[in-house]
Write a new protein. Structure first.
Length: 185
């Protein structure tokens, strides 16, 4: 079933929308959640929450790209669940590493109000879009999907060291990009 048909099921409030969503995008959503949570039970709960949130948000929202819409929901829910379950302990998983890497740059960026969050998101989006395709995909694999260095290495047929160096350069480039736009951290 194509995305337009699935979205129409949501708009019609037909519960089959969830079944069709899971059939088409379930593995994709589970992969995103698993990269962040690395816990089967938490992933299962996150996927259920994703479908519930999707059900409640369509309508009024009508996504242009259902896969991206679902990815954003599952990613945000997974990071929220991760933060809740790891507030008092530090883990050794990819999520902790990803958050530490980005924390070097954006931990103190003022995003306390909605305007600042939107402004920062716009700047980050423009940075990502300014990158050459391969660098953009590497950046997104690491900082959006929380893929490990070895996974990225495999995807792009690069050495792990080359991926690490590329990511370090991209973080430095992002830091400079923020500074040039007057975003203080």
């Amino acid at each position: 079933m194509n995305d337009k048909m699935i979205i129409q099921l949501y708009l019609d409030r037909n519960e089959r929308a969830i079944t069709e969503t899971d059939e088409k995008y379930g593995p994709y959503c589970r992969s995103i959640a698993n990269n962040i949570l690395n816990n089967r039970e938490d992933v299962h709960e996150c996927i259920n929450d994703t479908y519930f949130k999707t059900w409640n948000s369509i309508p009024p929202n009508i996504p242009k790209k259902l896969s991206a819409y679902l990815a954003k929901i599952v990613r945000n829910l997974a990071f929220n669940r991760y933060r809740m379950s790891h507030t008092s302990r530090r883990g050794g998983g990819q999520t902790e590493l990803v958050l530490e890497e980005l924390g070097e740059i954006i931990s103190d960026v003022n995003t306390e109000n909605e305007f600042n969050r939107r402004e920062f998101a716009d700047v980050m989006n423009s940075f990502v879009l300014s990158l050459p395709e391969k660098q953009r995909n590497i950046f997104l694999c690491r900082y959006w999907y929380a893929d490990s260095i070895s996974q990225i290495s495999s995807y792009f047929k690069m050495t792990e060291n080359n991926v690490s160096v590329t990511l370090n350069r991209l973080r430095n480039k992002f830091r400079k990009y923020l500074e040039e736009r007057g975003i203080e951290f």
